[in-house]
Design a protein around this ligand. Structure first.
Ligand code: 13P
Ligand code: SF4
Length: 304
């Protein structure tokens, strides 16, 4: 059944000039039909150069908005209308305008996990894989980092030459993980290296052997000489790594590392999008799009 549906999807996307982009958190059956799979930075870059007239983004809303912001001439479909990132909704543009009044000399650096509207008040965007590099490269010495306090703390520690102000937003999935989970996982698997996402709390990232984006974690595990790994990001990455490296062992840092929004998109949803019976077309107000584009373009320029 899965194979039959995948074959139909592949046929339809060719016929209808559709590019399927999938975030690394998508399930294996969805990533198998995608034209490109990656972390949020790679998806943003790829979105710009995809030649197809329609893009189906299998991920969450801010990722589909990013594609539309960078490629307004394309039809962009979010794979599941309910798939949002809770962190992206935690702060709005009015709040940040107020904070900016208090700290006028600070550049606003927004994690890409934000709404298009919030990006209109940011000076630059970053993703988990590009945040350290971009904050270092920015000419501004003072940075107001929004909304993720955990990623912000991680970047602040890596870039001590700059002044950071942080607000207290974050990812409910990664922030759920506590030091006790790390101690427990290490006790169960003492030989394993610990690879975690920077959205985790500092007490978790401090105890890790590697901190990086979803793609960064996968690359590290594939290239490493080590044979066992504890994975501290959404548990789909554990599944992908088990497929990719059957000779290595991968363990979940916690069974609670589940993003319910990323889990919404199924293979039948992708099929429904291709038949014009599912998903949601992303429509953005042009003024918002143009303003939001500036900080994403700056991210790509500085991120390389
Ligand atoms: P990446 O930058 O690793 O793709 O992370 C996006 C995200 O939502 C992680 O929870
Ligand atoms: Fe958002 Fe966290 Fe889900 Fe990533 S894992 S999409 S940051 S809620």
């Amino acid at each position: 059944m899965t194979g039959e549906m995948q074959a139909k999807i592949k046929r339809l996307k060719e016929q209808n000039d559709v590019c399927i982009l999938a975030h690394s958190y998508m399930s294996e059956d969805v990533t198998e039909v995608a034209d490109f799979v990656g972390d949020s930075y790679a998806l943003a870059v790829k979105a710009k150069s995809a030649p197809q007239s329609t893009v189906i983004m299998c991920g969450v809303r801010f990722m589909a908005e990013t594609v539309k912001i960078l490629s307004p001439q394309k039809r962009v479909i979010l794979s599941h209308p309910q798939a949002g990132c809770p962190m992206a909704e935690q702060m709005d543009a009015d709040l940040i305008r107020e904070v900016k009044k208090k700290y006028p000399e600070y550049a606003v650096v927004a994690y890409i996990n934000t709404t298009a509207e919030l990006k209109t008040v940011a000076d630059c965007c970053v993703t988990s894989s590009s945040a350290v590099k971009i904050c270092r490269a920015l000419p501004e010495k003072n940075i107001l980092f929004i909304p993720d306090i955990n990623l912000g703390t991680y970047v602040k520690n890596q870039v001590p030459e700059k002044n950071f102000k942080l607000l207290s937003g974050g990812c409910p999935t990664h922030a759920r993980i506590e030091k006790g989970d790390l101690i427990q996982a290490k006790k169960l698997h003492p030989q394993a290296l610990v690879l975690v996402h920077p959205e985790c709390r500092p007490e978790v990232t401090d105890g890790a052997d590697y901190v990086g984006s979803t793609s960064g974690i996968m690359e590290f595990a594939k290239k490493s000489e080590a044979k066992e790994f504890i994975i501290g990001t959404e548990n789909s990455i554990v599944q992908h790594l088990k497929f990719a490296c059957p000779d290595k062992k991968f363990y979940e840092l916690s069974k609670d590392l589940v993003c319910h929004n990323m889990k919404l998109t199924t293979l039948p949803d992708v099929y429904a999008c291709l038949k014009g019976e599912g998903g949601e077309e992303i429509i953005l107000d042009e003024d918002t799009r143009v303003k939001a584009a500036k900080c994403i373009e700056r991210m790509i320029e500085l991120g390389g």
